[in-house]
Write a protein that binds this ligand. Structure first.
Ligand SMILES: CC(C)(COP(=O)(O)OP(=O)(O)OC[C@H]1O[C@@H](n2cnc3c(N)ncnc32)[C@H](O)[C@@H]1OP(=O)(O)O)[C@@H](O)C(=O)NCCC(=O)NCCS
Length: 116
């Protein structure tokens, strides 16, 4: 996708990093939900982010939240260190009043998500 079009449709850009000892406890998902909720409140139309195919934790998290793969390009830039070509990925999500899972941050806080 052309980068100009990407910026029009997905103007926000985000990056997430959970400190290593705290990973795998649901914090990444909560942080993403909080960020997406905030963007919706601000009426931002969409968000994009970058990762690689090597980062399966991140890819799974983004895909579970409804992010679509917008572009992928293989590079040999890091082959020397990781032993194989790496696929740079750009994911995007268009934002509506409610998330693709139909779960808002308020639902999560109220515990309503668990009752669905
Ligand atoms: C990617 C990252 C933010 C995930 O945060 P987290 O708090 O560990 O994630 P959660 O515990 O909320 O898990 C949410 C989902 O992420 C995915 N996930 C998390 N850890 C995973 C792992 N080790 N392997 C595969 N999928 C994983 C899963 O889809 C998971 O849902 P599930 O448990 O129902 O399968 C975290 O691993 C991280 O900070 N990594 C280092 C920095 C980084 O790579 N940032 C992204 C740069 S693009």
């Amino acid at each position: 996708m052309h980068s100009g079009m990407r910026c029009r449709t997905y103007p926000a850009h985000l990056h997430i990093n959970v400190d290593k000892p705290w990973r795998g406890r649901g914090i990444g998902l909560l942080l993403m939900q909080a960020c997406l909720d905030q963007l919706r409140t601000l009426r931002v139309s969409g968000v994009h982010l970058h990762t690689t195919n090597m980062n399966q934790a991140a890819c799974r998290l983004y895909e579970a939240l409804g992010f679509q793969l917008l572009a992928a390009r293989t590079t040999g830039l890091w082959s020397r260190w990781v032993g194989s070509p790496v696929e740079n990925r750009c994911y995007g999500l268009t934002l509506t009043a409610q998330g693709p899972l139909g779960i808002s941050m308020e639902d999560l806080r109220d515990g309503a998500a668990h009752q669905r």
